[in-house]
Design a protein around this ligand. Structure first.
Ligand code: NAD
Length: 497
């Protein structure tokens, strides 16, 4: 059985790990490898390597950092299919979806290949006689990222390319459920010329995470994952004096007004509800229909669900793959049972599905609930599976009120042909990322990503210019060069003139 090891100081660890966890192929349900589970000592070794590497990397010319980013981008571009195959085999998502994920990660590398422009400071000449003021943005030092299972390539790439391009050194603690994409990234980054110790990967669980949060030589931590853990990371990390960005879970609503293009809305609800088996933080999990919109929309949604093919992610005929683990599939099934008990109308039931030849795979077919209300557990919880809920609101304002009362605020969307309604929605909705006739409004790499409310702690959005700001600290310099005309002691507070 292959053991996936930590990557520290430019190579894989060779000692037998004290603890390991199984890694599965979700389509077959079989264990395919095991992954080392990091200890505090492993984290400490990675921090030592990263601290030593920072001495040189933190001082490296920006042109050199850019060249390595370009080289890394070229390798990723050439081998994108290999990385996508690794995602499908451990996460379960379909190959086209995995390729899309890799593409969105590559775009962040492309963005920071131009870090010289992003790290520019400001300059003011002659703020006082003979005095100039300017700012520079310097790296923080050793920084860490802790990432979720659902985007094993892209979410780490929201973090480490930005941090490293800005001159930091990095420790990644990826999800223990699908660790191979991080291993590939580490090897390819080294091939691109990244010096040893600049990028390190320590696998593991809470033990490694706590060691990161407590380590005095880690300056900042980026986290993406569920809300309870995001809150914990924020509280513990700030308690230890670190800069923290912690992005949490979601419950994303899509409003459909009666005047919407219903075919478009039905396509969007099904694509965004069941894509990646609903295991996306920007998945639509609740469709809020207004007035009589549901009567037209629901048959169209059901018609599309009936055509979806659930199966192994590497089968070109599959539209939707399995869930990531058997435990997670069982948890989602538990929510479907709960929804029935709570009185929601189960219009499509995905339970009991098996994929021929893959009877042990972690499959669950698309499921659709109607008549869902805000007091139900299936509404209150992030299910993170192929379960779409439909709620009916009488008025547009009622629909907005439902979304604004929800504790999460990651993504949302409105489907309408009324520009005025869309504008009201985009201004009044208390959510960080808003789609107008777009169901999954994930900003491209030159904007930043981040929700509101319980979907983010610390308020720092990720990647884009927000990411560059997070991984650098500004320094302001006020300078005067000796001038014989301006000498003499002055105890007053410095004033211009
Ligand atoms: P998770 O919170 O269980 O795990 C995320 C990371 O935290 C993993 O690396 C995991 O090993 C670690 N972890 C888990 N339990 C821990 C604990 N008790 N103490 C310390 N560390 C712990 O999330 P997941 O199941 O891997 O991913 C799915 C979640 O991530 C969903 O809630 C989803 O909405 C969210 N997510 C959010 C975004 C976003 O941008 N807001 C993006 C992707 C995923």
């Amino acid at each position: 059985m292959k053991t996936i090891q930590h990557w520290i100081a430019g190579s894989n660890e060779t000692a037998t790990p004290e603890r390991t966890a199984p890694v599965y192929d979700p389509a077959t349900g079989e264990q395919t490898s095991e992954v080392a589970m990091g200890s505090a000592a492993d984290v400490d070794r990675a921090v030592t390597a990263a601290s030593e590497a920072f001495e040189e990397w933190g001082d490296a010319p920006v042109t050199r950092r850019q060249q390595i980013m370009f080289a890394f981008r070229e390798i990723l571009n050439e081998r994108r299919d290999e990385m996508a195959a690794a995602l499908t085999s451990e996460h379960g998502k379909t190959l086209p979806d995995a390729k899309g994920e890799v593409q969105r990660g590559i775009e962040v590398v492309e963005f920071v290949a131009n870090i010289a422009h992003l790290q520019k400071g400001e300059y003011s000449d002659q703020v006082s006689t003979g005095v100039d003021t300017f700012t520079i943005r310097q790296p923080l030092g050793v920084v860490a990222g802790i990432t979720p299972f659902n985007f094993p390539a892209m979410v780490p790439m929201w973090m480490y390319p930005v941090a490293i391009a800005a001159g930091n050194t990095f420790i990644l603690k990826p999800s223990e459920k699908d660790p191979s994409a991080s291993q590939l990234a580490a090897e390819w980054f080294a091939e691109a010329g990244l010096p040893e110790g600049v990028f390190n990967v320590v696998h593991g669980d809470k033990v490694a995470v706590d060691a990161i949060l407590e380590h005095p030589d880690i300056a900042a931590v980026s986290f993406v994952g569920s809300t309870p853990i995001a809150r914990y990371i924020y509280e513990e990390g700030t308690r230890h004096g670190k800069r923290i960005q912690a992005l949490g879970g979601a419950k994303n609503h899509m409003i459909v007004l009666p005047d919407a293009d219903m075919e478009l809305a039905a396509d969007a609800a099904v694509s965004a509800g069941y894509g990646s088996a609903g295991e996306r933080c920007m998945a639509i999990s609740v469709v809020v229909t207004v007035g009589d919109a549901a009567d037209e929309l629901l048959p169209m949604v059901e018609e599309r669900i009936a055509k979806l093919r659930t199966g192994p992610g590497n089968d070109p005929d599959s539209d939707m793959g399995p869930l990531v683990t058997g435990d997670h599939r069982d948890r989602v099934v538990g929510f479907i049972e709960k929804g029935e008990q709570e009185g929601a109308t189960l219009r499509v039931d995905g339970r009991g599905f098996t994929s021929d030849g893959n009877e042990k795979g972690f499959f669950l077919a698309p499921t659709l609930f109607d008549d869902v209300s805000t007091d139900m557990e299936i509404y209150k919880n992030e299910i993170f599976g192929p379960v779409l809920s439909v709620m009916r609101a009488e008025t547009f304002q009622d629909a907005i009120d439902v979304i604004n009362a929800n504790p999460y605020g990651n993504g949302t969307a409105i489907f309408t042909c009324d520009g005025g309604a869309a504008r009201t929605f985009q201004r009044e909705i208390e959510v960080g990322m808003v789609g107008v006739n777009i169901p999954i409004p994930v900003p491209l790499s030159f904007y930043s990503f981040g929700g509101w409310k319980d979907s983010i702690f610390g308020g720092h959005p990720i990647y884009g210019t927000g990411g560059v700001e997070f991984y650098t600290r500004p320094k302001v310099i006020i300078s005067r060069w000796p001038d014989p005309m301006h000498r003499g002691v002055d105890l007053g507070f410095p004033q211009h003139g």
